[in-house]
Design a protein around this ligand. Structure first.
Ligand code: 5SP
Length: 220
C-alpha cells in the first residue's frame, strides 16, 4: 500500500486545528521534529505533537531531525505516534534507537538518510527496519529542489533491504518529478509545498494520489 504523507510543517501553522480538521480522513500526516541543531529550523515540540495527536485521528509519522533522537522516543510514543524515524547521521548506535522505538510501542521504526549518506549505511540494520526515508533535498535549507541522484540510492537499497521494508522519499516532490520517483519503486512520499501551497490542499493530495496510482499501474 503506497503512502502519501503531507508534511504539516508546510501547512497553515496559525490555524492548526482547522487545518487538521480539513485533512480529516487522510491516510497519514508527517511531523518534522526539528531541533535547530541537526537542522537550522525549529518546528514542533512535544506539546504541539500532543495537541495535534489529540485533535486528529490521522496516523502520524515523526521524522526526527534532531541531534539526540533517543530522547524523543518515549514522549512520541506516549502521544500515540506509531511511525518514527531518526537520522542515521545523528545516531552513534542506530540499532539502539530502533529497539527503543519498538519497545515503546512504535509500529513502524525507521532510519532517515540525508542526501550525502550512502544507502549502504543501512546494511547492518536491515532486520530492524520497517521503513527508510531518503531525504531528497538538502534538509537544512527549505525551498531547495528535488535531487534525482537520490533515486540511485533507492535502487541500491532495494537490492539489500527486506521486501517488506518501505522506502520513502522526502523533499521537493512535485507533479513534474512524481513519475520518475514512483517508477523507481518507492513505497511512500512525504510532500509539503506541493500539497499545502495549492489553493485546495486536500484536492492536491487526492490528485497526487491518483497520479501515483496511474504511474504505478503503468509499471505493472
Ligand atoms: O523536512 C524536509 C526535508 O528534510 C522537507 O523536505 C519536508 O518534509 C517536505 O517538504 P517539501 O520539500 O515537499 O516542501
Amino acid at each position: 500500500m503506497f503512502t502519501v504523507s503531507p508534511s504539516l510543517l508546510s501547512g497553515d501553522l496559525l490555524n492548526l486545528g482547522a487545518q487538521l480538521d480539513a485533512l480529516r480522513g487522510l491516510e497519514n500526516l508527517h511531523l518534522d521534529i526539528d531541533d535547530g541543531n541537526f537542522v537550522r529550523g525549529i518546528s514542533f515540540g512535544m506539546d504541539i505533537v500532543r495537541a495535534v495527536a489529540g485533535r486528529t485521528d490521522i496516523p502520524l509519522d515523526a521524522h526526527l531531525e534532531v541531534l539526540n533522537p533517543c530522547d524523543y522516543v518515549e514522549a512520541l510514543c506516549a502521544c500515540g505516534v506509531k511511525r518514527i524515524c531518526a537520522h542515521v547521521e545523528a545516531l552513534p548506535y542506530p540499532s539502539l534507537f530502533l529497539s527503543a522505538a519498538r519497545k515503546n510501542g512504535a509500529r513502524y521504526c525507521g532510519l532517515a538518510l540525508n542526501l550525502k549518506t550512502p544507502a549502504e549505511v543501512l546494511l547492518p540494520y536491515v532486520d530492524q527496519l520497517d521503513y527508510v526515508i531518503f531525504v531528497s533535498v538538502e534538509a537544512d535549507y527549505d525551498g531547495l529542489p528535488f535531487r534525482s541522484g537520490v533515486l540511485a540510492k533507492v535502487r541500491a537499497a532495494k537490492a539489500f533491504l527486506r521486501p517488506e521494508t518501505e522506502i520513502w522519499i522526502d523533499g521537493g516532490v512535485n507533479e513534474s518529478n512524481l513519475q520518475e520517483i514512483v517508477t523507481a519503486g518507492v513505497d511512500g512520499l512525504v510532500i509539503g509545498r506541493s500539497i499545502f501551497q495549492a489553493p485546495n490542499p486536500v484536492a492536491a493530495y487526492h490528485r497526487i494520489r491518483r497520479l501515483v496510482q496511474e504511474y504505478a499501474d503503468k509499471e505493472v
